[in-house]
Design a protein around this ligand. Sequence first.
Ligand code: SF4
Length: 423
Amino acid sequence: MDLLEKLTILSDAAKYDAACTSSGAKRSYQVGKIGNTSSSIAGCCHSFSADGRCITLLKVLMTNSCVYDCKYCVNRRSNETKRAAFTPKELAELTIEFYRRNYIEGLFLSSGVLRNPDYTTEQMIRALRILRHDYAFNGYIHAKAIPGTSPELVTELGLLADRLSVNVELPSEAGLQSLAPDKTKAAILRPMGQIRDSVVQSKAELVKYRHAPSFAPAGQSTQLIVGATADSDRHILHLTESLYQRFRLKRVFYSAYVPVVENTLLPSPDTKPPLLREHRLYQADWLLRFYGFRAEELLTEEQPDFNPLIDPKCSWAIGHLEQFPVEITTADYETLLRVPGIGPVGAKRIVSARRVSHLRFEDLQKLGVVLKRAQFFITCGGRIRSGLRFSASTLVHQLETIQRGELPPDGTMAQLSLFDTAG
Ligand code: SF4
């Protein structure tokens, strides 16, 4: 099999892995080395495939042969598909040739399990060693750490890569047992704990010794498949929160389940990938990381899934109307951050702008506030926005309409104003 055919098979087999953005590593050009990484180029080695999925220009598997039999995966051992494997030298040469031609800025390397996790990781390490040492490749590398790999090999891999990821894939142990019987929760979490500790240790050593070896400077991430099992959004969000807290993950990626194989334990092959659900989870993930929300605030046992028609922050605000309206001219930063349509940048700008001038609704858009959402939840100088009409019973519908991109005609669908304090 020639190299092009291998590349076609192994890049196609890698496209279902969403955890491929590269932001977070920063390393300048060094004399005698090829490439650099820049944290200012968000996801410098990613692109988007026709189905909207994030893929890198060189996002490949070492091999799509696998001794495991995860039921949702095209590469599982019981699936009849064409198999291929790069040799470490082939993969290193391919990467460097792509890099020299300016096709890529980095490598995202994953793999099926060939023989066993250790053997597979050794192949990946050999490829990365050739790239880093023989070709002096200094660009971004994201490598997959395969659950079950020996700690010594995870260490070696982390010293060659900028970011490591261990994919959780299925959000519950029950899901793992039924759909990925070769994997266990413990085997997945063990390398995550090791990577967390090694990153912390490496950072501490680099403070003391400038030339200490750097272990996965861009940290670690993981991927969760959404929709292959019956796990609720609430379950997924609580898992996400605990992964961020316990393992200091940089990112949790969500991947809407794409039916590629038929199995009675999986959704039917006609099921559409739940892309909107994936999107809502990304929005909620953002609220956990940058807005100070906790998973338990966003979803409850009674309401375990997000409303697909309204973003999670608006849904939360609708369920907590007693906390609104927020007065723009006096609310503190944390309170402003809870208002739909106000992000960290907008909240900071409001806090500094109001020190020097009297804010009006007209000023808020210039400060980065998405007024069509925020207007329902704020007052400015004690007044609601002029002409705004809504009530608690129409608010959900108005926000749904707005989020569908169809603004209501003059807000005339409601008679009462909940927060009309002007009068
Ligand atoms: S370990 Fe499972 S998910 Fe990974 S390639 Fe093998 S069958 Fe697919």
